[in-house]
Design a protein around this ligand. Structure first.
Ligand SMILES: Nc1ncnc2c1ncn2[C@@H]1O[C@H](COP(=O)(O)OP(=O)(O)OP(=O)(O)O)[C@@H](O)[C@H]1O
Ligand SMILES: [Mg+2]
Length: 360
């Protein structure tokens, strides 16, 4: 058993998220062999909250198939990501916007449960509620009576610290301004205020910062997408045609400002009555999310049914996905989170490629 033999075995393993082999990804950094002990050092495209376990398993089983007695250790190091110019964002690996064209389709619900699902998976997560007219995250995270801790930094700038619940750092424009105060601000002023908020909150090191955007394609959305180096955007819709028209506008806005659309989540896809679990009612129509994703050649990230427990969790300040009894409904959210993470890895792999191309 030599390092070269092990390398040859591992090179053909496919990183299924990226659909490329570890060899072609340049993921095998180093291999040490001492007697029957093997240590493999991998450099894999982040984030690895689902992939690390799979890579570990695939590498071990591939080596064991040829060397059954080998003692194997796989050490995975993260690579990939984008350098951020803004100092407050420099410690954040992935910036994700959750957006929609139409209001009330469940962006905030998806953002809240996505953040919670990622934190439960071991990630460090921040959630920024950017909806000035109707901030939801303080309520959805049970933080509505909190205020944001703020202080003056050495150079006289005001900096604020997010609040924390369920392992997620939450900051909202609602912590720093009243709703009726927001109502008198218009367009560019609002966008300026939002930029200030982004520049002043100290997040520290994060795997993901999720932006819960207000509905539509207005100033806030444009400011965010143009000024902030987003990893990508997740677009939420309900299945009916009237929502899809707005989704198209939203996707077009992101492609115009060259932000990757990570995919479409369809919320309120169907209703299963608790007393008739074999029935499924497509209240808002069927298949709309899938068809719009297909139309724009972006991934379809999954369906979330309508369920009173989701609404209740949101009102009670508890992201439903964290309920140990969340069952198949929780799985729907977790599967959306896993699919989003896969698309983030793809985006980061493309970014890695871009860097390589530029340096040639
Ligand atoms: N899958 C679901 N099942 C049941 N209720 C849901 C579901 N998704 C969202 N809701 C409820 O629908 C309402 C609207 O959801 P939410 O606030 O997440 O939408 P939004 O797109 O963020 O709205 P806005 O455009 O106002 O920001 C909330 O009361 C929420 O609890
Ligand atoms: Mg909202």
């Amino acid at each position: 058993m030599t390092p070269q033999e092990i390398r040859t075995l591992l090179e053909s393993i496919v990183d299924s998220d990226l659909d490329q082999s570890l060899g072609s990804l340049g993921a095998i950094h180093e291999i040490e062999v001492i007697g029957n002990r093997v240590r493999v050092f991998l450099d894999a495209v982040q984030p690895l909250h689902w992939a690390a376990k799979r890579l570990d398993h695939d590498c071990k089983s591939t080596i064991r198939a040829v060397y059954p007695g080998a003692e194997i250790e796989i050490l995975v190091r993260e690579k990939g990501g984008v350098a951020r110019r803004m100092p407050t964002l420099s410690g954040i690996k992935n910036l994700i916007a959750v957006a929609s064209g139409k209001g009330g389709v469940g962006k905030s619900t998806v953002a809240a449960n996505l953040a919670a699902a990622l934190a439960q998976r071991g990630a460090s997560v921040g959630l920024l509620d950017a909806d000035i007219y109707g901030p939801s995250q303080p309520t959805m995270y049970g933080l509505s009576s909190e205020t944001m801790r703020a202080e003056k930094s050495a150079d006289g700038k005001v900096i604020g610290y997010p609040n924390e619940a369920y392992g997620v750092k939450v900051a909202s424009i609602g912590f720093v301004m009243q709703r009726d105060q927001a109502a008198i601000l218009r367009g560019p002023m609002l966008a300026g205020y939002f930029t200030m908020l982004v520049e002043q909150i100290v997040w520290g090191e994060l795997d993901y910062l999720i932006f819960d955007l207000p509905p539509g394609t207005g100033d806030i959305q444009l400011t965010l997408t143009q000024r902030i180096p987003l990893t990508g955007a997740v677009v939420v819709t309900t299945p009916q045609e009237i929502a899809l028209a707005d989704v198209r506008r939203s996707i077009q806005m992101f492609s115009k400002v060259k932000v990757d659309v990570l995919g479409v989540v369809e919320n309120m896809s169907y209703f299963v009555p608790p007393d008739m679990p074999d029935r499924k009612y497509h209240i808002f129509g069927e298949g709309g999310g899938q068809s719009v994703a297909k139309e724009f050649s972006v991934p379809f990230l999954g369906e979330i049914p309508i369920d009173v427990r989701v609404r209740q969790g949101a009102d009670d300040g508890f992201p439903f996905v964290l309920d140990p009894e969340s069952g198949s409904l929780g799985d729907a959210f977790r599967s959306v989170a896993e699919n989003i993470v896969r698309e983030i890895r793809k985006a980061n792999a493309r970014a890695v490629d871009t860097v390589v191309e530029i340096s040639l």
